[in-house]
Design a protein around this ligand. Structure first.
Ligand SMILES: [Zn+2]
Length: 403
């Protein structure tokens, strides 16, 4: 057993404690806080705050090779069109630079304090990479399909591919892309799959850009044009004339096992629906700005008591995968939200949303010993506020778990 003492201990289950201790053995947390009051620490990390490793619930690691390839835009639909064109130019399954960039991104995630990731993947190149680099998480095998077709067979095949790659620490499940790229039949088949796999979680991009709202209200706009141009229009599809959140809720998609990502364009009734269904909302504010989607109403998210998690999204739409930087952007957008809530979102709420809350998310006995040590300058009296001000990877290290 190794007893570690930090200048501060943030368990995410209470107030920060000065000089708090945590004990780890065999890769697990075996004691914490008061229980170690009489133990001499084996390791004293002066000037460091100890906290659980962060949970980044939304990345696309397979897109890391596109870092900086599509510049910031003020139109989400045109940004996506450029991204799609860039992706079509590369054989992502075969090109070595795609997996090399994803591996570098996994290293950067670890270096910036991320212990768990929710990663969206079309190619499924990422589960073995996460496994070999020791980063835990859930890979969401993302499906698209708006036109007519056998969506039950599509999901069945995707489930088989997912199960072939899943391990104890890297789970793989099936997910929908977005309301403008997935037909009601495909949403229903994904929901069915989730029902048949009680431990699984899923995700969906929703209410990201204004064009999506226009498409669902009127059936018109850039997404209709794109679907026609791609030859995947569904002549049977009728616009629901509701908001994106109401549309997916009415399709029966939402519950506590579905992570709704973005929610830039939501109103009070939308948030009430998410709360009533137990759905977690994942915010990626830096990406939203980059792609021209707008900024999420973070204050309103918390005021509505919806569980909020954070993701960075991909390196195609964010300057880095540092979740502390995402928290700093959330802090700028929502200066009145308590820092503790933001930190809980980046740890326990995210872990819960990925179905891994029993293993990660807080410094509690029995959980994985994914303990971060973050250098905190002398004179800081509110470490929680400090931790949401933006932390450079050079100030971050992992507590050694052997012993
Ligand atoms: Zn995304």
């Amino acid at each position: 057993m190794t007893v570690v003492e930090g200048a501060w201990l943030l368990t995410m289950a209470g107030e920060p404690v000065r000089g708090g201790r945590v004990a780890v053995a065999d890769g697990r947390i075996v004691a914490v806080g008061e229980a170690l009051a009489d133990r001499e620490p084996d390791l004293r990390l002066d000037g460091m705050a100890l906290l659980p490793g962060l949970v980044n619930v939304h990345t696309h690691l397979e897109l890391s090779y596109l870092a900086g390839a599509v510049p910031p835009s003020d139109s989400f639909a045109s940004w996506v069109a450029q991204l799609m064109a860039a992706r079509r130019a590369v054989d992502e399954l075969a090109a070595p630079e795609v997996s090399r960039a994803a591996e570098r991104a996994i290293g950067a995630l670890r270096a910036s304090g991320t212990a768990v990731v929710g990663d969206v993947s079309n190619t499924l190149i990422t589960p073995p990479l996460l496994q070999s680099h020791g980063l835990a998480g859930v890979v969401f095998h993302e499906l698209l399909g708006f036109g007519p077709g056998d969506r039950v067979a599509q999901v069945r095949d995707a489930r088989a591919r997912a199960e072939a790659l899943a391990t104890d620490t890297v789970r793989v499940s099936v997910a929908a892309h977005a309301p403008y790229s997935v037909s009601p039949a495909l949403f229903a088949a994904i929901r069915e799959d989730l029902g048949a796999h009680p431990g699984a979680v899923s995700t969906v991009h929703v209410a990201e850009g204004p064009e999506e709202c226009e498409f669902l209200r009127t059936g018109e706009g850039p997404w209709r044009e794109t679907l026609h141009a791609l030859g995947v229009w569904n002549p049977e599809w009728e616009p629901p004339r509701t908001s994106p959140i109401a549309y997916l809720d009415d399709l029966g998609l939402f519950d506590g096992r579905v992570l709704a990502v973005h929610g830039v364009h939501v109103d009070g009734p939308d948030l009430a629906r998410l709360r009533a269904s137990g759905t977690t909302l994942a915010a990626c504010p830096r990406s939203n700005r980059w792609v021209g989607a707008g900024s999420p109403p973070i204050d309103a998210f918390y005021a509505s008591h919806v569980p909020v998690a954070f993701g960075t999204d991909s390196l195609a739409s964010a300057p880095d995968l540092n979740l502390f930087s995402e928290l700093a952007q959330a802090r700028r957008l929502a200066p009145r939200v308590p820092a503790r809530w933001l930190l809980e979102s980046a740890t326990q709420v995210g872990a819960d949303a990925l179905g891994l809350g029993g293993m990660f998310g807080s410094l509690d006995v029995g959980k994985q010993a994914a303990v971060l040590a973050v250098r905190v300058p002398e004179g800081v009296t509110d470490p929680e506020e400090y931790l949401v001000s933006g932390i450079d990877p050079s100030a971050i290290s992992w507590v050694p778990v052997h012993g």
